[in-house]
Design a binder for this molecule. Structure first.
Ligand SMILES: [Zn+2]
Length: 247
């Protein structure tokens, strides 16, 4: 293939712009905000489940407390009733009096045991409330963190897109200076060789594969016409000569 030396130089400019675009695309894909947002999203899903579980536990404890309080109330009512009967003087038989007193004592013990249960449930309920509140606070904070991160991500992406837009415009200008046939070969090689289709020969080394060319190849290049499109024998990329090629 033939192409004017200036067109070959422009191909190197094109390669530089394409490399810049590849770097920008890579940066856009790997912005640290993306990983942080993913982590935070995962945590928010976890939190939703944890809040549901904690709220369920709290509801159970609220019911348990109510039930225990009702039990206390029932025993107290019964003890009050017995006490009134005792105080009324209507129970006269010694046997009945003794049995009534025994029941009042037994109800007193029962009431005290039930009150302990109420206290214990209340303590667990307070812990469950604190847990629900902590989880809700964390969920709120993660929502606001997420909003901040998304804003930062958007700004970062907009900056990259703007730079990519300018680079793409510049690229179009440079590409128009290179013959279509050479651009097509370059694109094909770029696809095959990790984004680098054309490289400079610098001090006897191909800057595509970074290998020093042997004397035979260098002599072949020295003998080639200026407008011959050369290829690196090692990596097959388009090799462009400059004043610093060491020829
Ligand atoms: Zn090479």
């Amino acid at each position: 293939m033939k192409a004017a030396p200036q067109a070959q130089q422009r191909l190197i400019d094109l390669q530089e712009l394409d490399t810049s675009l590849d770097r920008l695309a890579h940066r856009r894909r790997t912005l640290p905000e993306l990983a942080e947002i993913e982590r935070l999203d995962g945590r928010r899903t976890e939190l939703r489940d944890q809040i549901v579980a904690a709220e369920t536990e709290l509801g159970d404890l609220e019911r348990e407390q109510k039930k225990a309080e009702q039990d206390v109330e029932q025993v107290r009512t019964r003890a009050d009733r017995d006490q009134k009967r005792l105080d009324s003087g209507m129970v006269t038989s010694a046997k009945d009096l003794a049995s009534l007193q025994a029941e009042i004592e037994s109800l007193g013990r029962r009431q005290s045991a039930l009150e302990d249960i109420v206290l214990e449930v209340m303590e667990r309920r307070e812990e469950a409330e604190a847990k629900v509140n902590d989880l809700r606070a964390e969920a709120e904070k993660s929502a606001s963190d997420l909003a901040t991160l998304n804003e930062r991500l958007g700004a970062e992406q907009a900056r990259i897109d703007e730079e990519a837009g300018l680079t793409t415009t510049a690229r179009a200008g440079v590409a128009s200076d290179v013959p279509d046939e050479l651009v097509a070969l370059y694109e094909k090689l770029r696809g095959q060789f990790g984004g680098v289709g054309a490289a400079v020969l610098y001090r006897g080394s191909c800057q595509g594969c970074h290998l020093a060319l042997n004397t035979v190849d260098l002599n072949r290049i020295r003998a080639a016409a200026d407008d011959d499109v050369l290829r690196c024998e090692e990596c097959r990329r388009i090799l462009v000569r400059t004043a610093e090629s060491g020829l």
